[in-house]
Every structure is written in structure tokens, then in C-alpha cells.
Design a protein around this ligand. Structure first.
Ligand SMILES: Cc1cc2nc3c(=O)[nH]c(=O)nc-3n(C[C@H](O)[C@H](O)[C@H](O)COP(=O)(O)OP(=O)(O)OC[C@H]3O[C@@H](n4cnc5c(N)ncnc54)[C@H](O)[C@@H]3O)c2cc1C
Length: 329
């Protein structure tokens, strides 16, 4: 007979939220299993904070969220202290930069490793490479059918993490699979940004989706190839969002140029307000007024001599060379 494994709590999705929820439930004495569709848990964590993982801010103010009252009711009045308590209970020491907290190692993988180590110590079962095929409410909780790799994934050893991950994902597509039933008193869905599939499986209604934190695809007006030459460059800038020539919003902070558009903290913050067809003005000297900038450029004529107006050498020492070239073009 095919018997089901039983858990008090089943967590679907082993990202930052799922791992934290699983640890919290296990610390409360519950038996816990995480079902993760990717080859391992916490993979997205590795890319956060430019590979350093910005764990929290020193000060988290519910007023800065879209629904402050709701946020305060969920997070409590001093969420930063609870977060710090949680990370410190995982053994993570922190360091602060401009009010942002990072692991002292400045490595995102140490955050993921600490979460996984604690899962291991608490006896949390991790089932990776698994999909939830169906979910049924039973009198005592839930019965889930999952399909999962029939054996452990094997991949060639690689020196770098990305190649190893690629091999594992390839192995996941090749490995035979099997079905398994899981039962649980409670299910926590922590599948991240796009819950459409899992909401269908559980018959849950969804509010309409909209981006809240993402890079923005874009082109430089008048120079479609520009972003290719800027790919990977980071600058501090003021971004002003304009629609039909009206200024709607601005954000100050780091911008990362990518071949497909722009990314970085300031762009993420702006992304929730952007619509297709909008224009973003990028000011790389936000601390200078237009007159002050013109004065400074005029002084550079005396200092540097008479380059032609479109010569990027005007901006030597002010901007990265590849950005100077785009600006002058
Ligand atoms: C480039 C970048 C940098 C960021 N930097 C930071 C930062 O420094 N600090 C910060 O706080 N936040 C940062 N964020 C945001 C942060 O990554 C997310 O808020 C966080 O990952 C959300 O965690 P989560 O567990 O809800 O979702 P995810 O991390 O997306 O995890 C969801 C998990 O569920 C799995 N899953 C999805 N569907 C299923 C399914 N049907 N069945 C089983 N498993 C499923 C996924 O494979 C994944 O492992 C950054 C985001 C990006 C894109």
C-alpha cells in the first residue's frame, strides 16, 4: 500500500520566506517539510543585495509601505529588532552600510547556508525538484500529490556555482520522476512573485498582479545600441519618471545599466510606478542645478582646452568613459 508521509506543516517554496517559516514552525515543535520546485532551496537569496544580501534596514518604518496599518499589524512596532533576533539566532553576524544591514561576511551564500544549516539541525525535510500536482482539503488538513525526482540529482563537480547549478538543472530534466502523497495539518504557500499556478492548484482567488520590485526594460532615446556599451556599469543618479511630459516621481540611488534596460535599487523603487511608454530622465549630477553644471562645464573649457562639443574627453574624471561617450553622442 502507498502510505503518505505526514507533517504538521508543509511549506511550498523554499525561498527566504519559506525557509524562515519552516524554521519558525519547527522551533515551535512542529514536524515540517519544504517542497521546492528548483534543484535547491534559497537560490534566489544568492543574487540578493548584489551577492551580499541586504538582510534588513537598521530602521524599518511601516509608514514607508503601501498599507502602513496592515504592515504594522503583521510586523509589529519594532520589526527590525525581531529580524535581528532571528538572524542572530541563525548565527549570522551583521554589519551596517548606510543604514542597510548585511551579513558580516558580505556574502549572500552565508545567509542561505545558515538558513539551510538550521533547517538541517531542526530535522526539516527538504524535497527539491518537486511539483505539487494536486491539493485536496481533508478533515484533518491537506493531502497533496507531488511529483519529484525518483533519485538524488547527480551533476558533475564544477569550480563555479553557476555551472554546477546549470548541471543540476539539466539533471533535473533528465532524471526519472515518481509520484508521492504528502499529508499535513497546515500548508504555507511561499512561492514568491508569481503564484498563478499554485493558486489554481489550491483553488485560491488572486488579486491582479503588478510589478513592485523589478528591473525595467528600456532603450536610450536616440541611441538604441547605447545600453550594450553600458552593460554592467553602476552609477549614482536621480531618476525622474515622466509621462506625457509631466514629472510623476523621482528616486535617488544606485542605477545598474543592463543591455536590456536599467536595474539597481533606485530602479526597483521606481518600477511599481512605471507604465509602458513612460520616459525616465537620468541625472548623474543630482546635487548640481542646471546653472551650476553649466558653470562647471564652462570652467572645464579653461581647464582642459577646446575639445569639439561632442568629444567625450569633456567628461574625463567626471563620468565613466563609456557613459561619457553615450552622453556626448
Ligand atoms: C536582483 C534582486 C536583488 C534583491 N536583493 C534583495 C536584498 O538585498 N534584500 C532583500 O530583502 N530582498 C532583496 N530582493 C528581493 C528578494 O529576493 C525577495 O523579496 C525574496 O526573494 C522573496 O522571498 P520569497 O521566499 O517570498 O520568494 P522567492 O525567493 O522567490 O522564493 C520562492 C521559492 O518558491 C519556489 N517555488 C515557486 N513556485 C513553486 C511551486 N509551485 N512549487 C514549489 N516551489 C515553488 C521557487 O523556486 C523559490 O525557491 C532582491 C530581488 C532581486 C530580484
Amino acid at each position: 500500500m502507498n502510505t503518505s508521509a505526514f507533517y504538521d506543516v508543509l511549506v511550498i517554496g523554499g525561498g527566504a520566506s519559506g525557509l524562515a517559516a519552516a524554521i519558525t514552525a519547527a522551533r515551535a515543535g512542529k514536524s515540517v517539510c519544504i517542497v521546492e520546485c528548483d534543484v535547491a532551496c534559497g537560490l534566489k537569496l544568492l543574487a540578493t543585495g548584489n551577492g551580499r544580501c541586504n538582510l534588513s534596514n537598521e530602521s524599518i518604518d511601516p509608514q514607508r509601505y503601501n498599507h502602513p496599518a496592515f504592515v504594522e499589524s503583521v510586523m509589529g512596532p519594532r520589526p527590525e529588532q525581531e529580524l535581528m533576533g532571528f538572524f542572530s539566532s541563525l548565527g549570522i553576524m551583521t554589519t551596517s552600510e548606510e543604514g542597510r544591514l548585511y551579513p558580516r561576511s558580505l556574502r549572500a551564500e552565508s545567509v542561505r547556508d545558515a538558513l539551510l544549516n538550521v533547517c538541517d539541525r531542526l530535522g526539516i525535510t527538504l524535497i527539491c525538484g518537486a511539483n505539487v500536482a494536486s491539493a485536496h482539503k481533508a478533515s484533518e488538513g491537506w493531502t497533496l500529490q507531488i511529483d519529484r525526482p525518483a533519485r538524488a540529482l547527480k551533476a558533475k563537480k564544477h569550480d563555479d556555482r553557476k555551472s554546477e547549478l546549470r548541471s543540476l538543472r539539466k539533471a533535473l530534466t533528465d532524471v526519472p520522476r515518481k509520484n508521492e502523497a504528502l499529508e499535513a495539518h497546515a500548508v504555507i504557500i511561499a512561492t514568491g512573485g508569481n503564484p498563478t499556478g499554485i493558486a489554481d492548484t489550491f483553488g485560491l482567488p488572486l488579486t491582479s498582479l503588478r510589478p513592485i520590485l523589478c528591473p525595467v526594460s528600456a532603450t536610450v532615446v536616440g541611441d538604441r545600441a547605447a545600453l550594450k556599451t553600458l552593460d554592467g556599469l553602476r552609477v549614482r543618479a536621480r531618476l525622474t519618471l515622466t509621462r506625457n511630459h509631466s514629472e510623476l516621481w523621482h528616486e535617488d540611488g544606485e542605477v545598474l545599466f543592463r543591455a536590456f534596460g536599467i536595474s539597481g535599487v533606485a530602479v526597483f523603487n521606481l518600477s511599481r510606478r512605471i507604465q509602458r511608454g513612460d520616459t525616465i530622465l537620468l541625472d548623474v549630477f543630482p546635487d548640481l542645478s542646471k546653472d551650476e553644471l553649466l558653470d562647471m562645464l564652462n570652467r572645464r573649457v579653461e581647464l582642459l582646452g577646446g575639445f569639439s562639443p561632442r568629444d567625450p574627453r569633456w567628461l574625463d574624471g567626471m563620468l565613466a568613459p563609456q557613459l561619457s561617450r553615450v552622453v556626448c553622442t
